[in-house]
Design a binder for this molecule. Structure first.
Ligand SMILES: *Cc1c(COP(=O)(O)O)cnc(C)c1O
Length: 397
C-alpha cells in the first residue's frame, strides 16, 4: 500500500478530530523516525513530549517484553511487584507521599481535582468547592479537565461544563486573588504552559500562589504532564522554583511511549482525601505500564538524563537565538530546558513552518498563538541540534 492509500483509507474510518501531517510513520530508532517509504525524519517533537528516551533506548524494550511474558493486566483488586516499584520510584522522585496511576494525562487531572474537592469536603463540609484555573491553559479533554482548560474554543460546544471553576490570568497573582472567595478549595496550573504557547511561570507568581494556598488551606495542583520528567532540566519543573505542590499530575514521558499517567499527593492530601470507593480505574496501574514506569525511572537515573538536558539546553537555546537573529519573523525564543517555543509574527504561520520542516525531514509542532514548539527527545546530541536548526533555517522563507 502507498502512503496516500493508507492515509485515505484511515480517513475513511477514523473520526476526523485531527488534521494529521501527511506522512505514515513506520518505525523509530534513536531520535529518528522513518515513514513507509523509508524517508527519515529527525524527531524534535517526540510524540508530543512522550518519547523522552527516543526509540528503543537500550534496556527499555527488554523490560517491557519481559513483563509481557509474565502479566500485562491484573485489575486493581490485587497487588503486583511492578506497582510497588513504580509507585515507590515516582513518589520518591516527586517528593510526594502517595501515588495513583491512570492511563492518560486527562485522567490524572480528573483524579487530582476530585482529591482536592474531597479534601475540602471532608474538612470544611459541602460547598467549599470552587476551583481557580488559568486562561490559555491546557489540562485535557474529559469534562472536568476541559472545564479547567481556560480556552473557550475547547469548551463552547460542550456546555454546561462542571460548575464552580473560575479563570485567572497566568503570571498575574492579583488576578488570582481577585477570584478568591470563602468557597475556593483549589488552584490548578501548569508550571510551564505547554499547549498555550510555552510560557514558564514567573518565580514570584508561583511562590505567591503557594503562599496563598498555605494561608487559605487551598490545594495547589501543578500539572506537569508536559513539563515534568526532566523536560525542563529538573525532574519536575517546580524544583526550579523551590515550590512544592500538594498534588502533581504526570503523563506523557512517564512511560516513554506507553499510555500511562499518574498523580502524586503530599502527606496531608494522601491522608485526608480519596478513600476506598471514591475513585478507581480498571487499567490504571497495570503491570505492563508499571514495568515501563519503573524502568524509565531506572534509566533516567543510570544515564543522568536530567544532567544531559542541562548540558544540551544552553546549546539549543543559543542556536535558537542565532536563528532568531537571522529571521526577523521570530519575535521571541522562550522556554526551559528542552521545552522551547519560537513566537512568530503574523508574516509567517507556525503551521506552515512545521509543514516545510516535515518535507525537509524534521518533525516539529505548534502551540498557542503562532508558536513553533520544540520538544525533542531528551537524549539528543549537539549534532542533532545543529541538524534541526539548519533545517529550520530553511523553513522561514
Ligand atoms: C497533554 C496534556 C494533558 C492531557 O494529557 P492526555 O494524555 O492527552 O490526556 C494535560 N495537561 C497537559 C499540560 C498536557 O500537556
Amino acid at each position: 500500500m502507498t502512503q496516500t492509500e493508507i492515509m485515505n483509507q484511515t480517513e475513511d474510518y477514523v473520526l476526523h478530530t485531527y488534521n494529521r501531517f501527511p506522512v505514515v510513520l513506520d518505525r523509530g530508532d534513536g531520535v529518528r523516525l522513518r515513514d513507509c517509504d523509508g524517508k527519515e525524519y529527525l524527531d524534535f517533537m517526540s510524540g508530543i513530549g512522550v518519547h523522552a528516551l527516543g526509540y528503543h533506548f537500550p534496556g527499555y524494550d527488554e523490560a517491557l517484553i519481559a513483563q509481557i511474558g509474565k502479566l500485562t493486566h491484573s485489575s486493581n483488586l490485587y497487588f503486583h511487584l511492578p506497582l510497588k516499584e513504580a509507585s515507590e520510584k515516582y513518589v520518591h522522585s516527586t517528593g510526594m507521599a502517595k501515588a495513583f496511576f491512570t492511563n492518560s494525562g486527562t485522567e490524572a487531572i480528573e483524579g487530582a481535582l476530585k482529591a482536592a474537592r474531597k479534601y475540602s469536603y471532608q474538612k470544611y463540609g459541602a460547598g467549599r468547592s470552587e476551583i481557580i484555573s488559568m486562561k490559555d491553559s491546557f489540562h485535557g479533554r474529559t469534562a472536568f479537565a476541559v472545564t479547567v482548560t481556560g480556552n473557550e474554543h475547547y469548551q463552547e460546544p460542550f456546555r454546561p461544563l462542571v460548575g464552580g471553576v473560575k479563570y485567572a490570568d497566568y503570571n498575574d497573582l492579583e488576578s488570582v486573588k481577585a477570584l478568591l472567595t470563602d468557597k475556593t478549595c483549589c488552584i490548578i496550573l501548569e508550571t510551564l504552559q505547554g499547549e498555550g504557547g510555552i510560557f514558564p511561570a514567573e518565580p514570584a507568581f508561583l511562590k505567591g500562589i503557594r503562599e496563598l494556598c498555605d494561608e487559605k488551606d487551598l490545594v495547589l495542583i501543578l500539572d506537569e504532564v508536559q513539563c515534568g520528567m526532566g523536560r525542563t532540566g529538573a525532574m519536575w519543573a517546580y524544583e526550579h522554583y523551590g515550590v512544592r505542590p500538594d498534588i502533581v499530575c504526570s503523563a506523557k514521558a512517564l512511560g516513554c511511549g506507553i499510555p500511562v499517567g499518574a498523580f502524586a499527593l503530599n502527606g496531608k492530601l494522601a491522608d485526608a482525601s480519596l478513600a476506598p470507593g471514591d475513585h478507581g480505574t480498571t487499567y490504571g496501574g497495570n503491570p505492563f505500564a508499571m514495568a515501563a514506569v519503573s524502568k524509565v525511572f531506572d534509566l533516567f537515573a543510570e544515564h543522568d538524563i536530567v544532567g544531559h538536558v542541562n548540558e544540551l539546553a544552553p546549546y539549543l537555546e543559543q542556536k535558537l537565538n542565532d536563528l532568531k537573529a537571522a529571521h526577523p519573523c521570530i519575535r521571541e525564543q522562550r522556554g526551559m530546558g528542552l521545552m522551547r517555543g519560537l513566537q512568530l509574527d503574523d508574516s509567517v504561520q507556525a503551521s506552515s513552518v512545521a509543514s516545510r520542516a516535515l518535507e525537509k525531514g524534521l518533525l516539529v509542532i505548534t502551540a498557542g498563538h503562532n508558536v513553533l514548539r520544540l520538544l525533542p527527545p531528551l537524549v539528543i546530541t549537539a549534532a542533532d541540534v545543529d541538524e534541526a536548526v539548519s533545517i529550520l533555517d530553511l523553513c522561514f522563507l
